[in-house]
Design a protein around this ligand. Structure first.
Ligand SMILES: Cc1cc2nc3c(=O)[nH]c(=O)nc-3n(C[C@H](O)[C@H](O)[C@H](O)COP(=O)(O)OP(=O)(O)OC[C@H]3O[C@@H](n4cnc5c(N)ncnc54)[C@H](O)[C@@H]3O)c2cc1C
Length: 384
């Protein structure tokens, strides 16, 4: 957990960070461009090592601080927040499972803001079932070689390293996987296509090709065959909390925008602002209660993680589910309340609405979350 001093430094810097992100968000969205200047701001203001232990120069953030930061970023620029979240998930894997030979220099670069990492788990063949990999790894001429394709790799082509899941060496089982840290300049690593999604348009979530991609021996994360376990025990909890925070942040931004608009938009024939109409205040109240509920569930899952020292997966699944539903519903209500002016694109509400829709699609998707929560409720294992 972070020190009080580290926490206050980070929180003091958040308004400046939010202001830079918010000022670039519309342009990033319009041009579907990677928000390099936002990542540079996070680097300069020492956020890139948020989860790195204090002994290695990082902030060693608690779950609560992590969620606070991600919520603020999500409310300012959701694309940047998701890029940063993927970096945090990869960073945690590096902190916990990287070989000693490369761990220290890598963490030093991360803390100095010189290294952006990300996750490459999903594949076209297995879709939202991100933990299953058809891509392969093998020892060829005493070299570790990866082959296959990854889909929707956030920061694809921009990150300095990629946490890649493939089947373990010699394994034919899509659930028997291993995680590798693949540096950006690896032989046989390339990216295809450009990301032009409905929302999260700055993400650069492109396809990755591993064509006999050679990886140094010491770039295995954990052990051979440990991939699924690490994805479930380390990456998944962090990802769930982070997405819950980002999508709650999107809903917060839509709510704030709506409050502002209802107060400032005057209808001449009535001589009143939109806020004078009870029916609109009622919708606004529904939005507010939804956002408060999402925030509460997410922070209570974070507090439980901090208190016990281990994440409670079922609470985190619920937090992600509620946040993604909330961002989709609240942004749609915001569009209704802010009317044609919002629909025309004059307000950021339409961007929040498009960004907000991605939450329930990204794995574990809405139906997967509900299935997992239901399984836990009747004491079934999460995976068969
Ligand atoms: C903006 C964005 C960024 C992303 N970034 C990353 C990233 O950085 N790294 C990464 O590894 N992946 C990333 N992903 C991939 C993401 O996590 C999913 O793997 C991907 O969206 C799956 O899409 P698909 O069309 O293949 O889904 P499909 O698997 O074809 O799913 C279609 C529908 O079927 C449902 N479905 C599928 N399987 C099940 C099941 N077992 N139970 C119930 N319902 C099921 C899904 O919920 C969905 O509704 C990203 C995706 C998006 C949209």
């Amino acid at each position: 957990m972070e020190t009080i001093a580290a926490r206050s430094v980070i929180l003091e810097r958040m308004p400046a960070i939010k202001s830079v992100l918010a000022s670039n968000a519309a342009d990033v969205d319009r041009h579907a461009r990677f928000p390099s200047e936002n990542i540079e701001t996070l680097s300069k203001l020492d956020l890139m090592g948020l989860l790195v232990p204090e002994t290695e120069g990082g902030a060693q953030a608690s779950a609560d601080l992590f969620a606070t930061v991600l919520l603020e970023l999500g409310s300012s620029c959701a694309s940047t927040a998701m890029i940063f979240l993927m970096h945090c998930c990869a960073m945690e894997t590096i902190v916990e499972f990287c070989s000693p030979a490369i761990r220290r220099p890598l963490l030093k670069d991360i803390v100095r803001g010189k290294h952006l990492s990300t996750l490459a788990c999903s594949e076209r063949g297995t879709g939202a079932n991100f933990y299953a990999s058809e891509s392969r790894s093998a020892m060829e001429n005493r070299k570790l070689v990866l082959a296959g394709e990854k889909s929707f790799v956030t920061s694809g082509g921009h990150a300095d390293s990629y946490v890649v899941a493939t089947r373990s060496i010699e394994s034919a089982n899509v659930l028997q996987t291993t995680l590798y840290l693949v540096p950006k300049n690896s032989t046989g690593l390339s990216f295809e296509g450009t990301w032009n999604g409905l929302g999260l348009r700055g993400n650069s979530s492109t396809n990755m090709k591993l064509a006999s991609c050679t990886v140094p021996d010491d770039h295995v994360l954990g052990k051979q065959g440990q991939g699924l376990e690490l994805e479930m025990s380390s990456i998944l909890p962090r990802f769930l909390l982070g997405t819950a925070a980002v999508y709650t942040g999107i809903a917060v931004a839509a709510l704030e925008q709506t409050v502002e608009h209802l107060k400032s938009r005057i209808l001449n024939q009535a001589g009143k602002s939109l806020s004078a109409f009870p029916v609109l205040r009622r919708s606004l109240a529904e939005m507010k209660v939804s956002v408060d509920a999402s925030r509460s569930l997410m922070f209570s899952a974070a507090a439980a993680w901090d208190q016990s020292g281990t994440p409670d997966l079922v609470s985190l699944l619920g937090a992600k589910y509620l946040a993604c539903e909330t961002s989709a519903n609240v942004t749609r209500q915001a569009m209704q309340l802010c009317g044609g002016i919002a629909y025309s694109g004059a307000l950021p509400v339409e961007r929040h609405m498009r960004d907000g829709l991605a939450g329930s699609i990204m794995a574990p998707s809405k139906d997967m979350l509900l299935d997992l929560i239901g399984r836990a409720a009747v004491d079934m294992p999460l995976l068969d």
